[in-house]
Design a protein around this ligand. Structure first.
Ligand code: XIL
Length: 502
């Protein structure tokens, strides 16, 4: 996050002097008696208060005042793509449009997302280039704008359509080789355009001492599932890529072009999917948001404004979701004008706000994780609660065992929606380091696990056993590691996990 946003967030946090803490029956209830802050009237101001950027895709011929007024981040819609700026040997050409956009962003105090370095589409003179040439281009492009670019989409759309979970097989991914035939490209002997491009980009950033963050961007990766509850294999594949190349990848972009395609709808597990990427420690961004105004053929056909609200809320509820970018200003100037998917009507600098705009602004103004209004306001008891008389025939209530001094302990946090959930399990080593762990969880009846990450699993319902994978078994004394799993059914009432150290 840039320092401007961080600063504003700090200010927002410390500006709660009238918040009061009530300690009631052991539960801490935070209540704020401060008057509600005045609602902001632009998307960028409302977003900044919540600690995120709100951006727009732009072109040099559409840099109307609204760009700097409403938005705090800018993505060149076409002017930084290889077909515009790359020569066949990886040099730069025709950068004037991109320069104009970067300058405009800078003078309007907007972040820039560079878009994009390695992509099968709009590749222009780079089409068919070797990795060496791609690397030359990556170096030239990153160095031209340096830290003026906050985020670069290093690799765009690496995964195939139709929810196969596979990499694309056309150039540049046609260069990939699976040396040991194990079905992935993650091994040292494999060739992987994604890995090699990120390694190059990271070298350039480090050599130049740049603050630029490096992102991978794709579409149809938004939910844990797609229409009908089928696992989103494309999202899972992206997740594996980020997990494997975490040392080079700083951020993940969900394009979020939502429409009636069964793989492109808004599902209720959008937030849980954002969360699992965020749990890897990367920033998550909604990078190219537009929402078809007619999603009536599926189960979330709530209307465009409500759908915008859902997406914004899902991001706001995940702290590491640090930005949302809409793919254009107005419907008529959009790449998919027939879907009327944006926040404004009108054109040529004269725009009218749609219901979707007001919904987004309102949701942003609510901020992150608003405390739900309490239905029964807590009352301070005037007399201390009396301890009920002890019935000598009743066994004493079980005492909570002290935290283990050695071994490990585990806690679970749940993200639930109707019919499903994602659990994040945190394993904490005791007073001594551990070299492996297993966690036993007993699911309520009707609940079952569909997939897990950062852990091996045996069983899917009833008592399920998870154990460390190769890279997260060693945990130092007092330190933690996390794994997660997705399930169907309801996990409310999940019994406390039992952790055993190896
Ligand atoms: C689109 C632009 O909006 C169009 O003007 C252009 O003709 C094609 O590309 N995914 C991306 C964006 O990463 O670069 C695409 O932008 C939309 C889909």
């Amino acid at each position: 996050m840039n320092s401007d946003l961080r600063h504003r967030r700090k200010v927002a946090r410390t500006a709660l002097p009238t918040a009061v803490l009530l300690l009631l029956g052991g539960a801490v209830v935070v209540q704020s008696s401060a008057p509600a802050a005045a609602a902001e009237t632009t998307l960028r101001a409302a977003a900044a208060n919540a600690g995120l950027f709100f951006g727009v895709a732009a072109s040099p011929n559409r840099l109307y005042p609204i760009v700097g007024q409403e938005f705090s981040q800018l993505t060149p819609e076409n002017d930084m793509k290889p077909d515009r700026i790359a020569t066949s040997s990886g040099g730069l050409q025709n950068t004037s449009g991109a320069d104009t956009l970067v300058n405009h962003a800078q003078s309007n105090n907007m972040l820039v997302r560079g878009h994009t370095l390695v992509w099968h589409s709009q590749a222009g003179a780079l089409q068919g280039a070797s990795q060496a040439t791609l690397n030359t281009f990556i170096g030239n492009a990153i160095n031209r704008w340096g830290s003026r670019i906050a985020y670069w989409d290093v690799v765009n759309e690496a995964l195939e359509d139709n929810n196969t979970g596979r990499r694309r097989n056309q150039w540049p991914h046609s260069m990939n080789r699976d040396a040991n035939g194990d079905g992935d490209f993650f091994d040292a002997g494999d060739t992987d355009v994604i890995r090699d491009s990120f390694i190059r980009a990271k070298q350039v950033v480090q050599a130049g001492g740049l603050t630029t963050k490096l992102c991978i961007n794709d579409y149809d990766v938004d939910g844990l599932t797609v229409q009908g509850g089928t696992p989103n294999r494309k999202a899972n594949a992206l997740y594996d890529i980020v997990r494997n190349y975490r040392q080079y990848i700083d951020c993940v972009g969900f394009q979020a072009h939502f429409n009636d395609n069964p793989n492109s709808i808004i599902t209720d597990d959008l937030q849980a999917n954002i969360q699992r990427f965020a749990d890897l420690g990367v920033e998550v961004h909604i990078t190219e948001l537009d929402i078809d105004d007619d999603l009536s053929n599926n189960d979330i056909g709530a209307g465009q404004a409500e759908n915008y609200r859902k997406v914004v809320r899902a991001c706001l509820n995940v702290e590491r979701c640090t930005g949302i970018t809409v793919w254009g200003i107005s419907d008529s100037e959009s790449w998919r004008s027939s879907e009327r998917g944006l926040l404004f009507t009108g054109g040529n600098g004269s725009y009218q706000k749609k219901a979707a705009y007001h919904a987004v602004l309102d949701e942003l103004n609510k901020g992150r994780n608003p405390t739900p209004p309490s239905t029964t306001p807590p009352v301070t008891p005037s007399v201390p609660p009396t301890t009920p008389p002890v019935d000598p025939t009743t066994p004493p209530p079980p005492t909570t065992p002290p935290p283990p001094t050695t071994g490990c302990s585990a806690t679970v946090s749940l993200n639930s929606w109707t019919g499903g959930f994602v659990a994040t399990v945190r394993v904490t080593a005791g007073a001594a380091p551990i070299s492996g762990w297993s966690v036993q969880l007993t699911l309520p009846s009707g609940a079952s696990v569909t997939n897990a990450w950062n852990a091996n699993r045996s069983g899917s319902s009833g008592t399920v056993q998870f154990s460390n994978v190769s890279y997260n078994g060693s945990v130092n004394a007092g330190q933690t590691t996390e794994f997660g799993f997705q399930g169907v059914g309801t996990a409310t009432g999940l019994a406390a996990p039992v952790c055993t150290a190896a």
